[in-house]
Design a binder for this molecule. Structure first.
Ligand code: LLP
Length: 432
């Protein structure tokens, strides 16, 4: 049993991803290699859309948080699935627009957007710019005026919810660089300021409490807190906001021991809370946006590596070094994230060795996993790290001038390159 259903094994005893033989992929495209199952990505998107339709009468929009994995092909898939996307920089916006993504369905985030980024958003007609602070609010109003346009905005609110996740990836509490605080009155001030701006249309508010969260309760609590604020806004200003953006953050299964993903349950419970609470508070039931990132692409991706040296240090540990590392997957170095590791060419053998999988960077902390149980491996074997689809390619770097791996999409066993492997020429092309 492997942690994700988009991998399996074939008659040769090789691991398959999205129906393609991992060893053949490694031979054809080289390693390290990011491999995605396109069907899995589409299935995850459809699960969110279906649950929005089933539990919230379709009165909402699923927006894929593209920071989890951003490339042209991913925006094309979202476009074909008819969902929205969340972008968080000029670069993500540019990439989405470059494949013809409808601007009205783009949500633009960021706690310190530049004037250039805001101008690009207004000019291209981005549907919802999520304003983070007063400086940005004023700047955006001026930019919209100079473009002769009205910009659709939401305000990012810190609902004061402390979600149980890694310190670096929680965001809803008051001590956070993102958004306006409710407790201090800052959020109400911002709403009033936004309502008074001639060139901005306040569509609603946004909250995001963190990432890799399994518990549904903090999401329900955040929805309640936000709706109470909608009631207060109505009481103080007479304005009823139309939309509520509840962010993303749904946990995924990295290990078999992790909890089950319950996205249907999330929409079911949150929808019930929003319906009953808005009724109770005497406010309109809002149109809802959600922004899943990790939960759409995480388990759909895997990374293939070739094993180089296997170094046994008696009484200490065994290092299995691979041809990638923190450059293509910085998440263990950053958050000590768990992953399941499988030897793709020995996928059906028993996992009897406890090893540390190390990268090739000049850095002791360049590890992909410690104390992980895998099949006995030799130099030349292909290791697969599962569920690397979110925040691996998108957080990859060129540390040690290591080129970023290629990304391959597999659909019904057929593989195609979605992002080419970087070359040395490309990583040095801006050097003077
Ligand atoms: N919406 C907003 C406003 C966000 O800030 C994020 C993630 C999401 C949606 C999507 O969250 P997701 O559904 O993917 O959990 N680099 C970290 C994750 C940082 C998440 C940042 N914001 C990691 O590798 O775990």
């Amino acid at each position: 049993m492997l942690v994700t259903k988009c991998v399996s094994t074939n008659l040769k005893g090789h691991l398959t991803i999205g129906g393609a033989d991992a060893i053949e992929l490694a031979e054809e495209f080289g390693t390290p290699l990011y491999v995605y199952s396109e069907n899995k990505i589409r299935q995850k998107i459809r699960e969110f859309v279906l649950s929005m339709n089933k539990y919230y009468n379709g009165n909402g929009l699923v927006c894929y948080a593209s920071k989890a994995f951003s490339c042209k092909e991913m925006y094309r898939i979202c476009m074909q699935e008819n969902i929205g996307v969340d972008v968080v920089s000029g670069g993500e916006l540019y990439t989405a627009l470059s494949v013809g993504f409808p601007a009205e369905k783009i949500v633009f985030h960021g706690n310190n957007k530049t004037p250039e980024e805001l101008s690009a958003a207004v000019e291209s007609g981005v549907g919802r710019i999520v304003v983070d602070n007063i400086t940005e609010l004023k700047m955006l109003d001026e930019i919209a005026a100079s473009e002769g346009k009205t910009a659709g905005i939401m305000l990012r609110i810190k609902p004061g919810i402390d979600a149980h996740t890694h310190d670096f990836i929680k965001t809803g509490q008051i001590d956070s660089k993102f958004g306006f605080a409710l407790e201090t009155g800052e959020a109400m001030e911002a709403v009033k300021a936004a309502l008074g701006m001639k060139n901005l249309k306040l569509r609603g508010l946004h909250s995001h409490i963190g990432s890799q969260i399994f518990d549904v309760d903090p999401f329900c609590l955040a929805a309640k807190v936000m709706l109470e604020f909608y009631r207060d806004i109505k009481a103080e200003t007479g304005v009823e906001l139309e939309e509520l953006n509840l962010g993303g953050g749904f946990g995924i299964k990295y290990l078999r021991s992790d909890a089950h993903e319950a996205y249907g349950e999330y929409m079911k419970q949150v929808s019930a809370v929003v319906h009953s609470f808005s009724h109770e508070l005497g406010i309109k039931t809002p149109f809802i946006l959600i922004e899943p990132g990790r939960s759409i692409v995480g388990v759909a991706g895997a990374t293939l590596y070739t094993v180089g040296s296997v170094k046994k240090i008696p009484g200490v540990r065994t290092y299995v070094s691979v041809d990638g590392g923190m450059t293509d997957n910085p998440r263990y170095a950053l958050y000590k994230s768990d992953y399941e590791v499988v030897c793709a060419n020995r996928a059906e053998e028993d996992r009897t060795e406890i090893v540390t999988v190390a990268g090739k960077c000049c850095e002791s902390g360049d590890l992909i996993q410690e104390n992980t149980k895998i099949q006995p491996v030799k130099p030349g074997d292909i290791l697969t790290v599962l569920s690397t689809g979110a925040y691996n390619y998108s957080m990859a770097s060129n540390y040690n001038r290591i080129p970023r791996p290629a990304v391959v999409m597999v659909k019904d066993g057929e593989a195609r390159v979605a992002v080419k492997r970087e070359t040395y020429d490309q990583i040095s092309q801006n050097d003077i």
